[in-house]
Design a protein around this ligand. Sequence first.
Ligand SMILES: *[C@@H]1O[C@H](CO)[C@@H](O)[C@H](O)[C@H]1NC(C)=O
Ligand SMILES: *[C@@H]1O[C@H](CO)[C@@H](O)[C@H](O)[C@H]1NC(C)=O
Ligand SMILES: *[C@@H]1O[C@H](CO)[C@@H](O)[C@H](O)[C@H]1NC(C)=O
Ligand SMILES: *[C@@H]1O[C@H](CO)[C@@H](O)[C@H](O)[C@H]1NC(C)=O
Length: 850
Amino acid sequence: MRHLLWLATALVSTVVAEDGLAGWLRYAPLPEKIAKCHAKSIPSQVKVLGATDGLPLASAVNELKLGLRGIMGKEVDVHSEGCLGDETPTILLSTLENYVSACGELDADEPPSLEEDGFYFNTKDGNVVILGSNERATLYGTFEYLSRLAQANFEAVEYVDNPEANIRWGNHWDNMDYTSSTHGSVERGYAGVSIFFQDNKIRSDLSRVAQYARLLASIRLNAIVINNVNANPITLTDENLEGVGRIADLFRPYGVQVALSLNFASPVELGDLDTFDPLDEDVVRWWDDMIDTIYGVVPDLAGFLNKANSEGQPGPLTYNRTLAEGANMMARPTARHGGIFMFRAFVYDHHLDHRDWYNDRANAAVEFFQHHDGEFEENVVVQIKYGPIDFQVREPPSTLFAHLRDTPMAIELQVTQEYLGQQNHLFYLNPLWREILDFDLRVDGEASYVRDAVSGKRFGHKLGGYAAVINVGMDRNWLGSHLAMSNLYGYGRIAWDSQSDSVEVIEDWTRLTFGLDRRVIDTIAEMSMLSWPMYENYTGNLGVQTLTDILHTHYGPNPASQDNNGWGQWTRANEHSIGMDRTVWNGTGFAGQYPAEVAEQFEHIETTPDNLLLWFHHVPYTHVLKSGNTVIQHFYDAHYDGAEAAQTLVPMWESLKGRIDEERHAHMLRRLVYQTGHAIVWRDAVNYFYHNLSGIEDEAGRVGSHPWRIEVEDMALDGYEKVAVTPPSTASRFYAVEAAPGSSEATATTTLGFPAGRYRLAVNYYDLPDGQASYEVHINGEVVAAWEGDYDLYLGNSKSEFLDGHTAARRWLGEVDIAEGDELKIVGRPDGIERAPLDYVVFLPEGVVD
Ligand SMILES: *[C@@H]1O[C@H](CO)[C@@H](O)[C@H](O)[C@H]1NC(C)=O
Ligand SMILES: *[C@@H]1O[C@H](CO)[C@@H](O)[C@H](O)[C@H]1NC(C)=O
Ligand SMILES: *[C@@H]1O[C@H](CO)[C@@H](O)[C@H](O)[C@H]1NC(C)=O
Ligand SMILES: *[C@@H]1O[C@H](CO)[C@@H](O)[C@H](O)[C@H]1NC(C)=O
């Protein structure tokens, strides 16, 4: 026993405390045996041709030194000139052009054919040769080399790696704002405030930006839009532009170009014009001057992004000008500086009349844009969300990808988990992205994969590619959750190569982030690959969308919020039937926006896959799916299956204890434990809602039947009041209790009627921001468990101040022995707005998840 203990301690002490700041660029030492065995095969001499301080080649040298020191424990000599061939093994870093002019043609079987940002990589023959098409490509190749070493991959290889698309951008929704409660907030950000902005200004301390630049370059992103698409015009004041210049100076050494979101109304809001009509001469001149000014500060600015006439944003439609006229007015001066003008296709009316069966927000992108195909300036790229609605758990691809033949396109993805658990729920996104990118739209009856439409390949454009909303914040670990970082890494991988295998990507990321332990790699890959099907199961299935509260936080469950409003994320659920009828023959016609073969497939229920059924069709709850189940029974089953699958995350993660550092292990464990409880909240809220609406029983008798629960509102209450929860389905039996206003303590008491035995104890309650109520569970007068309502302190989701699906949470309180007739008492002590709210207590026999 003592021997075993010693072993366990030894194992733990080899894993060093980490906070996630380094992301996947930890350059952690390889196990000594491996490092020793291979150290000799790594050249000790580096030659770098044409490095200039502050530019990517110089960064490549720095990274190489840092990486070799960290990973291999090896120091290298750096020379700023020379070629290969003087016997001493060499790591040579250069652009291909510099190499050829200094050293002559490359001694390769075939001269490498490099595209913009592509690189040549050769570790055969004892040397390591990294030649980029440009400086940042050489840096990409250097990161590639270090990534291979960090994964203990010493294979001798020679290859060329070219990107599939030249636009590989990140979009930040960081706000230039300053109110009593916001100091550089991040829209849909769940990991602290902006790394760029504070109180209407650019931060004076931008050290996080420099660290971020490295991460972005290592995944080969080449530009970053730093401010929200809902753009504050004051971003363009002289003082703030100076700050943008400082940010660009920090990204430049890593080859990441800065871009800005523009507010269409700036000539009025910031300038002194009384119009922002894009055809008005003064407006044209105002933008010409402004864009020249911006490029004066940041000469290598990548360009601009604009969200026009969407969700209340100003745009050309305000003056009855076309979207193309609006985009072109700003794109022209941008083109003179070599910049790109990204124009978002997210234009729709959010006051749609829901009573009209034929209205459909999904139709908007094609309706707004198809007639303008070919009217845009050459440097305009239309940026299209992957699905027709808004980053849902499952959507078919946007139909617009099939319509813009004469306009370059970029696909908009979200690393941010806006509708997908807001980084509190594990959701590995690459499989979802792959499914969209691999969809064949069959334009003109020919292979037309979304990936080829966006890269420019299908319709013959040089420009095209990827943009992803990345909402890193000031949290040390960037995204709030360590595991969420696989999505940032994975985005870079897929934007470079759309065919990146999702399992390979998560395995590579895990090796870089947590080390080489096979068990860690397999477990994190398994958890990650489970995460999408699981989350889809307990949130919204059959293509009905994420059944979250779409009116507020986009986080917890609220199926009723989808319908009866102007936002157009409708499910059209009534007592008998559910689903959006998007057929041509009887519905909104959206299916007909796809090219003929795809349109035909989605037009008919028989040929529509189950997982998109309710996206395209309105059917009775009793409709029988291809699986053989009815729609309603599938809802029930999937929610139970998904919530049960979520429970497996915790034991999987716990099995890694001691194999990864305690800090990151504990941090993730808290989130995963929370997720297991919130998955049950989701399951019950959605199931209760449709159970009540349809009046159809669950064949398995689970929905509404919870033999091991005790509703706190049914206990003897002292100081507690019974309250109705909104939406009702986010409380077990629709009611909860809260301590009376102003009281300092409240209790709920009952006599237990369960058979004697050992049970797993859990309590469902509501965890509000601005307050940490404390609770105690007593059995026969003895405290058996206690907790504080402190989830809000370490979870990053959008806050709600109400008892609802966002604040509903579970606390697992360990195992207890009870006997029939025991007295259960819960004591709640309110704090702030958190009046110790409680929903139910559950005593779970072995093996029961409820
Ligand atoms: C808006 O423009 C369209 C097309 O140019 C024109 O037919 C229509 O009359 C205009 N409407 C207004 C209100 O100016
Ligand atoms: C056709 O549309 C009407 C609404 O216009 C709807 O009530 C009906 O259910 C639809 N029929 C079918 C077969 O989907
Ligand atoms: C999702 O639900 C379906 C239907 O109940 C089930 O077949 C599948 O195994 C579930 N998967 C997960 C990961 O929960
Ligand atoms: C149950 O459904 C009916 C409509 O069918 C609705 O009026 C009622 O509010 C629902 N009750 C709950 C608790 O959701």
